[in-house]
Design a protein around this ligand. Structure first.
Ligand SMILES: Nc1ncnc2c1ncn2[C@@H]1O[C@H](COP(=O)(O)OP(=O)(O)OP(=O)(O)O)[C@@H](O)[C@H]1O
Ligand code: SF4
Ligand SMILES: [Mg+2]
Length: 376
């Protein structure tokens, strides 16, 4: 996928979450939501062996809520998203867990039921839009087909609504463009076609995997405004996957941070973006705000090549974490993987340096009491 149109990261030290759905309490949407994922693990089928790429992941999204899933490349964001529609590549299976959507278990659905959900109640903007569009049909007919299938429009109405949708996502001369094929589209255009197709069936949930990476800044703003309008006007829930924390701050209610297949921090966007407690989230934010250190050098998270042992035992971030040494807890971090524990009423983190007895959230999986009194 091309990243040619990707915007450079922007500066600014305080990022505030602004994306509040009307009447929605940030951080309150952890149960009774539209989507509830519990204990989700994804990996190769057992007979093939190999390690899990997503492990014991919990997520919940309410109607009208935007949950941002962030984390570096390879952390498992796309596999999580694809699993929600049971569209994983052949090499992976859902190995454990439950995905409840609108009161029904996705993991138990037959293919026919799944096809009603895919592109119907759940719309998806894929990370590689050009690869996902059918090369043999015009882009207009692909959007119209979704309208006919899921909204039962007749051919004529479907075609005119398809053109309208292309206009809404900022395609110039939409009547003409509707007659084009995918190969005649730029990356940014293909991305907008995919957005139009994903919204065409009025889904209850939109999964948007890097929805604006190939777009220039004005079109990006237009798309973000459209998504915001959809969630406010008709309570569209959105799982937003992005590397761009500026987009997170403008649209998301809550943020879940992934590292090596695990959620390592979760909470309301405003808290996570302004006062992150997990060392990885803190590093991610430092990377994103063009923080100049040591005579204009940009901050980057120290990189290491992970071995199988890094995943099997201890905290997965330990070989890149400076906090562990600063607090003299590296041995503990190397031995045991921390649990995702609440550190205040609405936020959780998976880190020994954050868990401490005073907040009573370390739980039974926490370290022994004499090793827990570690200020952050
Ligand atoms: N088709 C595939 N075959 C084998 N491994 C895969 C495949 N797709 C993804 N993976 C592996 O699964 C893990 C999770 O990948 P995933 O695509 O979910 O990452 P991501 O967080 O979406 O990264 P990015 O930000 O680069 O899109 C990675 O280790 C990746 O190499
Ligand atoms: S558990 Fe230890 S290694 Fe892991 S993020 Fe926290 S301090 Fe760092
Ligand atoms: Mg991805």
């Amino acid at each position: 996928m091309t990243h040619a149109g990707q915007e450079p990261r922007r500066g600014g030290h305080v990022i505030r979450g602004q994306g509040r759905a009307p009447g929605h309490h940030a951080g309150a949407a952890t149960s009774g939501g539209l989507l509830q994922v519990e204990g989700l693990s994804i990996g190769p089928p057992p007979e093939r062996g190999g390690r899990l790429v997503v492990e014991s992941l919990d997520l919940a999204i309410c109607p009208g809520e935007v949950l941002a899933l962030v984390g570096e490349s390879g952390s498992g964001k796309t596999m999580t998203a694809l699993s929600l529609l049971r569209l994983l590549p052949d090499v992976f299976d859902i190995c454990a867990g439950s995905i409840r959507f609108d009161g029904r278990e996705i993991c138990d659905m037959a293919e026919t039921q799944l096809n009603e959900v895919r592109g119907g109640k759940i719309g998806m903007i894929f990370q590689q839009p050009q690869a996902m569009l059918d090369p043999t049909a015009t882009v207009g007919s692909q959007v119209a087909e979704s309208l006919r299938l899921h909204r039962r429009l007749n051919q004529r109405d479907a075609r005119s609504r398809a053109v309208e949708l292309l206009r809404e996502v900022g395609i110039p001369e939409p009547e003409e463009r509707a007659r084009n094929y995918a190969h005649q589209m730029s990356g940014g255009m293909a991305q907008r076609i995919m957005i139009a197709a994903a919204l065409s069936a009025d889904p209850k949930l939109l999964i948007a995997d890097e929805p604006t990476t190939a777009l220039d800044v004005t079109v990006q703003a237009q798309i973000l405004a459209l998504l915001d309008r959809e969630r406010r006007n008709r309570q569209l829930a959105i799982l937003l996957i992005t590397h761009d924390l500026t987009i997170v701050s403008s649209l998301a209610d809550r943020v879940a941070v992934m590292y090596a297949g695990r959620i390592v921090e979760e909470g309301p966007a405003e808290s996570i973006l302004n006062e992150p407690r997990h060392p990885y989230t803190q590093a991610l934010l430092r990377c994103s705000i063009l923080e100049a250190i040591d005579d204009q050098l940009l901050y980057s998270i120290p990189s290491v090549t992970e071995s199988g042992d890094d995943i099997v035992k201890g905290c997965r971030f330990r070989r890149r974490c400076t906090t562990a040494d600063e607090h003299g807890i590296f041995e503990m971090c190397e031995q045991d993987e921390p649990r995702l524990s609440r550190y205040n009423e609405v936020c959780s983190a998976r880190c020994w340096a954050v868990s401490c007895p005073e907040n009573g959230t370390a739980g039974s999986g926490g370290p022994p009491p004499d090793r827990m009194d570690v200020p952050l």
